[in-house]
Design a protein around this ligand. Structure first.
Ligand code: COA
Length: 386
């Protein structure tokens, strides 16, 4: 049976086209991840699951967990500082802040207002966008439109998640999927160095709203995943996740294929010329299926969910940062960013890669450096709570 989002994806929307106006750049991208590693084997201490089930069904091997005293805004500030420092930009040059989070601790003040104040950005528009895991792509699309219209000059976009305070740690169907991280992007005018934003494609179909929900029902006491004999730290607002996994899986593979085709069409390039796709990191089987539907080799897709799980709004910038640091973003290459999530929502951005500044703040590496322990001597699984 065709659902309403099948129809919406069927091409009734605005035709994809290169964006008008004087242009807009993705100036910088940064990401921040907390130090504590929660490997699949740690979950087995309190969940009826196995490392084999999680890795074979999702590709996820471990995720990061933020300390109890860290807020969504704290993690977002770290990612933003990393992006700004990489580009050598003063926070005083940011006139607009847009944040997005699927795991907010308070409804207001917005994450954006808290990040703006902490960074010392001048007073100007600061607000949050809610589009579940597509939030960061929505916010970058909005920032692009503001800059093109002359309503903003330089916009800081932040996606920050402490999803480990949202998931129900007693529900093996969802708890194993998510992790904590933040990402930040600076969008600026054509005169800034950076990657050109060539096309933006956003969409949603609320008819699929029930497929993925973070609701308000109190799931009751549950274990702290890092120390299962203790209760979990304070929960965030959307503290009970319900998901129709199969429905979301089917939607995701369809929507990635559609977005990638539309982005290539917008740039009038053969699909095969798209050098890199940076997708939302939900499940490696979703990405392999989408790559197969597109006839693209899987190595064109950036995959880092094995180490971080699904970090919702942070996942695309975190994957882009790692790809760029690994030398996978060739100057001049067309690169597609694609995301999907609850709503149901979807969004894609096409870049022509340029001088985008890139930085990663991995608290695990900083801890090691502080302890003078050479990186790489501990296994990837680490120790829960480390
Ligand atoms: N460990 C062990 N067994 C598990 C498990 C876990 N963590 N989670 C579910 N199972 C069990 C189920 O209870 C079920 O058991 P049963 O056959 O005895 O009833 C069995 O595994 C199959 O469950 P099912 O839900 O059909 O598995 P699946 O192959 O569809 O995989 C997901 C489940 C969640 C991994 C998959 O549907 C998915 O990734 N969907 C997309 C989710 C997503 O990306 N969401 C975020 C989008 S932004």
């Amino acid at each position: 049976m065709r659902t309403s989002y099948d129809r919406a994806l069927g091409g009734d929307g605005v035709p994809a086209a290169l964006l008008p106006g004087p242009g807009c750049r993705l100036v910088a991208v940064g990401a921040a991840v907390p130090a504590s590693v929660l490997a699949n084997r740690h979950l087995m201490a309190f969940l009826d699951t196995s490392d084999e089930w999680i890795t074979s069904r999702t590709g996820i091997e471990q995720r990061r967990v933020a300390p109890a005293e860290t807020s969504v805004a704290d993690l977002g500030v770290r990612a933003a500082e990393t992006a700004l420092a990489a580009a050598g930009l003063d926070p005083g040059t940011i006139d607009t802040v847009i944040a997005t989070s699927s795991s907010v601790d308070v409804t207001f003040p917005s994450v954006a207002c808290r990040v703006q104040a902490r960074l010392g950005c001048p007073p100007g528009p600061a607000f949050d966008v809610q589009a579940a895991c597509t939030g960061l792509v929505y916010a970058v699309g909005l920032a692009d439109a503001l800059v093109r219209a002359g309503s903003a000059r330089r916009v800081l976009v932040v996606g920050s998640e402490i999803f480990t305070r949202v998931v129900d740690w007693r529900d093996r169907g969802t708890a194993v999927l998510f992790g904590d991280a933040a990402g930040a992007v600076v969008v600026g005018p054509a005169s800034d160095p950076g990657s050109e934003i060539l096309a933006v494609r956003l969409g949603a179909d609320g008819h699929g709203a029930d497929a993925l929900v973070a609701g308000s029902a109190d799931p009751g006491p549950m274990p702290d995943p890092l120390t299962p004999d203790r209760p979990a730290p304070a929960r965030s607002l959307g503290r009970s996740v319900r998901m129709n996994g199969r429905e979301v899986f089917r939607f995701s593979t369809q929507v990635i294929e559609r977005l990638v085709r539309e982005l290539a069409a917008a740039a009038e390039i053969p699909l095969d010329d798209l050098e890199l796709v940076v997708p939302h990191q939900a499940n490696s089987r979703i990405l392999a299926t989408a790559a197969g539907r597109l006839g693209l080799p899987l190595d064109r897709f950036v995959v880092n969910l094995d180490r971080y799980g699904n970090t919702s709004t942070a996942s695309v910038p975190l994957a882009l940062v790692e790809a760029a640091l690994a030398g996978r973003c060739r100057p001049g290459a067309p690169i597609g960013l694609v995301a999907f999530g609850g709503g149901l929502t979807w969004g894609g951005i096409l870049l022509r890669w340029g001088e985008t500044a890139v930085g990663l703040d991995d608290a695990r590496l900083s801890q090691r450096a502080a302890a003078a322990v050479p990186a790489g001597i501990q296994d990837a699984g680490g120790t829960a709570g480390e």
